[in-house]
Write a protein that binds this ligand. Structure first.
Ligand SMILES: Nc1ncnc2c1ncn2[C@@H]1O[C@H](COP(=O)(O)OP(=O)(O)OP(=O)(O)O)[C@@H](O)[C@H]1O
Ligand SMILES: [Mg+2]
Length: 377
């Protein structure tokens, strides 16, 4: 079994200096509004992903009085202990150490899986394509180091190519200059597209199963990759189409100074009974779809690691109706990994029905005290 055993926090959000010991099974973070419950979940997520689920700007994470923060977490798996340390200092590169060895930021993305459920999950459905692209990139990178490497390469190629398109060369010169970048963009972009399509297929399988359970098979959830490139099942054919379409957009690209097609413009369509959830679904359907996707994410990590990821549930139970709550509860019972639940109210009945060894952690103004936990019966 895999879990986070202890955590040291310095200057992160509203925590000045805090040491916490966790229960390997279930941790209930209790406290009134604005005390630091979500901030605590954010530290665990940050250790796993080296990015927050709330912001891309690390400086927001440092305590207002400081321009640096430090986190140290001890993750245990099958008696092996891994200590992850991250230290942030304004205007410096993030330092990450695993068992005292320096590693590059994001290089351990696949190793310590953590999945966060939060009311913001709905944004995946509600917001524009860039939110879903970010989701695809993050998930695919957390599942595969190869994808992450390819993504970095694609982003570099895209940046260089866009720079060339912005520079005002004469038309013949630009074609010669662009040629190697066109080839590179197409090769790397095609790999990204095919990786994404494959991951979406896996995610769809899991999400459909869960969605069926939640809707008693009354409705069908589907996920489709929408690409600007006209992808084909065959890698070589996608490359050829990508290249042809790219050349056809040359004038437009030169006018705009940016690359007009490629995976940086693609989208994930989430639909129920064939209709795009973003445009046509009710609030309830959107919530159910978002929950199914999250649970599917857990299933993918579970398959990959042969072990449950750490699950963080931020305020989820207060947001859900009875039916969704009971599905989530059933899912948690099946997924026996370590779980963190934040709440502003008592969760006695939930803790009772989970029937798990647990710890209650009281959060008050950026400081933590423990209440007796135990095994509810
Ligand atoms: N960089 C920071 N430095 C200091 N305090 C911060 C920082 N960022 C956020 N905070 C403070 O942290 C508190 C919010 O913490 P958090 O989001 O964890 O609340 P919460 O306990 O989850 O509350 P709720 O139940 O309303 O979700 C706020 O009071 C906010 O002002
Ligand atoms: Mg909160």
């Amino acid at each position: 079994m895999y879990y986070i055993d202890s955590l040291l926090i310095k200057n992160f959000r509203n925590y000045k200096h805090q040491q916490v010991q966790f229960n390997p099974r279930l941790n209930i973070l209790m406290g009134r509004n604005a005390q630091g419950k979500t901030n605590l979940l954010e530290t665990i997520y940050y250790l796993s992903v080296t990015r927050s689920f709330r912001t891309n700007r690390d400086q927001e994470l440092a305590h207002w009085d400081d321009r640096h923060f430090f986190l140290k977490g001890c993750f245990l798996k099958d008696d092996f202990s891994n200590e992850i340390q991250v230290s942030y200092r304004h205007n410096e590169q993030l330092k990450v150490l695993i068992n005292s060895d320096p590693v590059k930021r994001y290089d351990h993305l696949q190793q310590f899986p953590v999945v966060i459920f939060s009311p913001d999950d709905l944004l995946l459905i509600r917001e524009g394509p860039s939110t879903r692209r970010r989701f695809l990139n993050l998930e695919a990178s957390r599942l595969s180091p190869v994808y992450f490497k390819e993504l970095r390469m694609y982003q570099r190629i895209l940046q260089q190519r866009n720079q060339l398109l912005k520079d005002k060369y004469n038309y013949t010169a630009i074609n010669t200059l662009l040629d190697p970048w066109d080839q590179a963009l197409v090769t790397s972009g095609t790999n990204i597209i095919h990786n994404r399509i494959e991951m979406i297929g896996e995610l769809e399988k899991e999400a459909q199963l869960l969605f069926n359970q939640m809707t008693n098979c009354r409705e069908k959830l589907s996920l489709k990759y929408v690409t600007s490139v006209e992808a084909d099942g065959n890698l070589q054919l996608t490359k050829e189409k990508f290249y042809r379409n790219l050349i056809a957009k040359r004038d437009q690209e030169l006018k705009r100074g940016s690359t007009a097609i490629g995976p940086h413009l693609d989208d994930l369509e989430i639909s129920i009974n064939g209709y795009d959830t973003r445009k046509y679904s009710s609030q309830g359907q959107k919530r159910t779809a978002a929950l199914a996707l999250k649970m599917a994410e857990v299933s993918l990590f579970k398959k990959q690691h042969n072990d449950c990821p750490i699950i963080l549930l931020d305020d989820v139970f207060s947001e859900f109706d009875r039916e969704r709550k009971s599905h989530l509860l059933a899912f948690l019972k099946e997924n026996t990994g370590q779980c963190f639940i934040t709440t502003a109210v008592g969760l006695n009945s939930l803790v009772e029905s989970l029937n798990r060894d647990h710890k209650i952690i009281n959060v008050h103004q950026g400081s933590i005290s423990n209440e007796k936990g135990g095994l509810s019966s």
